[in-house]
Design a protein around this ligand. Structure first.
Ligand code: CS2
Length: 510
């Protein structure tokens, strides 16, 4: 990147409404009057993904004059994002990076930021504001608090807390339920709930969890029948599904320093991303929505095929690259993907997963995987394998296990798919020791206890499947366990080289 104004880097001035005019012409900035924007969307989870994806689409809408859709950003846990962005009036830089090029754009769609644990009442006030017509969620897979069988984890301490304290919730479920109940009581129409996480049938899944949660709440509050919240949520609140896609590596201090030079202003939390961006949304917004289709969003009747293709091909390959990459000593996706053995493995994985996708849905899987190969090769992203490795127990079911079950049901082998599960277990067992490889999982403690028991291989894999709820109640469970156990023996005896060799992938290191 040209840094022709090096002196600017030393400035302590912050990006904000007051300084945005001073940005160099090469940086795109919000030209609309932010003061006139009306908050219409409450976003739960204001992490980097939301800021690279949904917030950028909404910024386009606001810039085009559709000003009723400003975002109120809510962090459900930490104050970090609010602390970084509040002094910047919610402004932040999106750095769109491809090998050899970086384009900067300042996003203005987040008008205010709230931290739920500090002030749950303020969050409920935003959610019950009649101007709020859509609530979007990007809270990561584990925050949906599903038990191993996929139902609501009704013994989770935060769920129990929220049932006891409906006015001061901690979970997304608790906030949505209380706000929908208050709106129902006031005669304010409900908002539409738009899930933007990488879950299969994400809208329907959240809808089901919310009906379960509201049912428990109704039982506590002894409200029954048609006036109950559960039936209101079941029949009266829309939960469209959506497929979201943009690769967003974690921001580093080097990124902050480089962006400060380019802006001539400090930005405490710029967000890094790739040029590719996709959002496919089920068009079911009874309370209205931004004209997203004008800004590149695909509005459809059924998101299912797009979701499955993305979860199984992009995210499935990502998890494969993460665990096999870590086991092979690769710190970033591009480096792992440049390893010929991993590259060949991913082709094999795609071939297995593609056969599980519907043939009649008009999906062009070869164009899609060709594009994925380009995206994974983007050296400017430095997307860390350890970042993707987080929360494998929550991610593998929709990315890998669903395809493996369907292949086995169809009498086909899931050899590549099951190696990803084995690589996850092997990485949890041994690969987390180096600080730069560190990643976490909600099952960490239970997994460590189990892996420390030195059980015979197949018994150990079966216990991991039980713990994580993998392939629960599926006839194919035992077949998958046997494949995973065989792969694990290879990984234990000869690392990825031996495991790849068993699949016919030669590395030259056998
Ligand atoms: C990644 C995703 O961290 C991960 O698990 O697979 O965040 C991925 O980068 C996004 O889903 C891309 O849209």
């Amino acid at each position: 990147m040209p840094s022709d104004q090096p002196s600017r880097a030393t400035t302590t001035e912050r990006l904000s409404d007051g300084t945005v005019q001073a940005l160099p012409a090469s940086v795109a900035a919000p030209l609309y009057d932010r003061g006139r924007v009306v908050p219409g969307i409450v976003q739960l989870g204001v992490g980097a993904f939301h800021r690279a994806h949904q917030a950028a689409y909404v910024d386009d809408c606001l810039a085009a004059g559709d000003t009723g859709w400003g975002i109120v950003g809510v962090s459900l846990r930490s104050a970090d994002t609010r602390d970084a962005l509040a002094p910047q009036d919610g402004l932040y830089t999106l750095a769109i990076r491809s090998s050899g090029e970086e384009k900067l754009r300042v996003i203005g769609s987040i008008g205010s930021l709230l931290v739920a644990p500090e002030d749950p009442g303020a969050v409920l006030a935003a959610l019950t504001d009649p101007r709020t017509r859509i609530v979007t969620l990007t809270i990561t897979e584990k925050a949906y608090l599903r038990a191993a069988d996929g139902s609501l984890d009704d013994s989770h301490p935060d769920i129990l807390h929220d049932l006891e304290n409906p006015q001061a919730p901690r979970t997304a479920h608790g906030f949505l339920a209380e706000a929908l109940a208050r709106r129902q009581a006031n005669g304010t129409p409900p908002f539409t709930v738009l899930c933007c996480d990488n879950l299969p049938a994400n809208g329907a899944t959240l809808h089901r969890l919310m009906i379960e949660f509201a049912g428990l709440r109704d039982a506590r509050l002894a409200t029954k029948g048609d006036t109950g919240l559960a039936s209101h949520i079941a029949d009266g609140v829309a939960f469209p599904s959506s497929m979201v896609d943009r690769i967003v590596p974690a921001t580093t201090d080097a990124d902050r320093a480089r962006i400060a030079v380019e802006l001539g202003l400090n930005d405490a939390w710029p967000v890094m991303t790739e040029p590719f961006c996709q959002w496919v949304i089920e068009d079911n917004f009874p309370g209205g929505r931004p004209a997203w289709e004008k800004f590149g969003v695909t509005m459809v009747g059924d998101v299912g095929p797009f979701e499955d293709m993305k979860l199984r091909l992009l995210n499935g390959a990502h998890s494969a690259i993460a665990y096999l990459g870590l086991l092979s000593g690769h710190a970033t996706v591009d480096r792992a993907f440049a390893d010929p053995a991993i590259r060949q493995f991913v082709d094999g994985l795609w071939a297995e997963a593609i056969l599980t996708l519907p043939e009649d849905a008009g999906l062009d899987t070869s164009a899609y995987t060709a594009e994925l190969a380009k995206r994974f090769s983007n050296t400017a992203l430095a997307h860390r394998t350890a970042q993707i490795a987080n929360d494998g127990s929550q991610k593998l079911p929709q990315r890998i296990i669903a395809s493996a079950i369907e292949r086995t049901e169809a009498g086909l082998l899931p050899e590549h798919l099951t190696l990803v599960i084995a690589a996850w277990i092997a990485t949890c067992a041994g690969g987390k020791t180096l600080p730069e490889n560190h990643f976490t999982d909600p099952l960490d403690a239970a997994l460590a206890a189990l892996l420390g028991r030195n059980l015979p291989m197949e018994e150990m894999v079966a216990a991991v499947f039980d713990l994580a709820g993998f392939a629960k109640d599926h006839a194919e469970r035992q077949t998958l366990i046997e494949f995973v156990a065989t792969h694990l023996v290879h990984l234990k005896q000869g690392g990825p080289v031996l495991a790849f060799a068993a699949l016919g992938i030669r590395t030259g290191k056998e």
